[in-house]
Design a protein around this ligand. Structure first.
Ligand SMILES: [Zn+2]
Length: 276
């Protein structure tokens, strides 16, 4: 009788990880984290962060996953809205430790690139060229460019980073990773704008409209990108335009040249890959 009793006691002991006893309400009522077995004093575990577990009921599973999607949505929209006018301030907040209020920069980047890829696939944006059908070789090459084009969305990050790293150096003592956070948040805002700009092409996707859209966006998107980067640099580095404008101009120039150069380099490498 004795070994059985001690086995039962071990099962009921708080913090026992492997529950052998049948599932019961008292298992959830004890103040023990059911994820990591630490003592619970608050609704969320101080050790692993999990919310105190309740017994699952019908619908909980769906409710929880729905809440996660909603949370993801709310978080990303909130971050993007704040980014619109304050890209540099969001990055500065994040670097200084205000993080739960914003979506992680890389998570947001992955989400935005995924949306972008879906839209571009839906409207066949990259498949529309004015030289299509003139030569079979060119058509085949264009097809391959499409395959690799999705990678180009992240090139802007490198250009923004180079602008801030070379242009501002150790100003405000930011390290390379902190410069990178600025660059990624900035590129996130640019991608969000590119996505909004593409929305009309989901409704009107005739080849003629897409070609026109491509040509026009080439001009105004360039201006918008430059504006965003200028704004972000001024906010992140707390610039005073009256005295800091030469540095800001230099950084923006580096950004513009770098993004132009990287895109050419990327295109050249692409051709090289395709030729090989
Ligand atoms: Zn825990």
């Amino acid at each position: 009788m004795k070994p059985l009793q001690s086995a039962a006691a071990a099962v009921d002991a708080p913090g026992n990880k492997a529950a052998i006893a049948p599932i019961s309400q008292s298992w959830f009522d004890s103040s023990v984290c059911r994820n990591c077995s630490a003592q619970l004093t608050t609704p969320y575990c101080g050790s692993c962060g999990q919310k105190a577990a309740r017994r699952l009921s019908f619908g909980d599973l769906f409710k929880e996953s729905w809440e996660r999607i909603r949370w993801f949505e709310k978080d990303s929209v909130k971050t993007i809205l704040r980014l619109i006018f304050q890209p540099g301030l969001v990055a500065r907040d994040y670097v200084h430790g205000k993080r739960a209020s914003y979506m992680h920069p890389l998570k947001l980047l992955v989400a935005l690139v995924a949306i972008l890829v879906l839209i571009l696939a839906a409207n066949q944006y990259f498949q529309r060229f004015d030289f299509v059908g003139q030569s079979r070789d060119v058509d085949r090459m264009a097809q391959r460019v499409v395959t690799y084009a999705n990678w180009s969305f992240t090139l802007g990050i490198v250009a923004i980073f180079l602008g801030s790293w070379i242009g501002f150096g150790r100003r405000l003592n930011y390290n390379a990773i902190e410069h990178a956070v600025l660059a990624i948040y900035c590129q996130n805002l640019i991608l969000a704008i590119v996505i909004v700009n593409l929305l009309p092409t989901l409704l009107w996707h005739s080849p003629g409209f897409i070609l026109l859209h491509k040509q026009a966006s080439g001009y105004y998107l360039y201006v918008i990108k430059l504006t965003i980067v200028t704004l972000a640099y001024s906010q992140f580095f707390r610039l005073r335009l009256s005295q800091d404008w030469p540095r800001l101009l230099l950084a923006c120039l580096i950004y513009a040249v770098a993004s132009w150069g990287l895109l050419r380099l990327y295109a050249t490498m692409l051709l090289w890959i395709i030729d090989a």
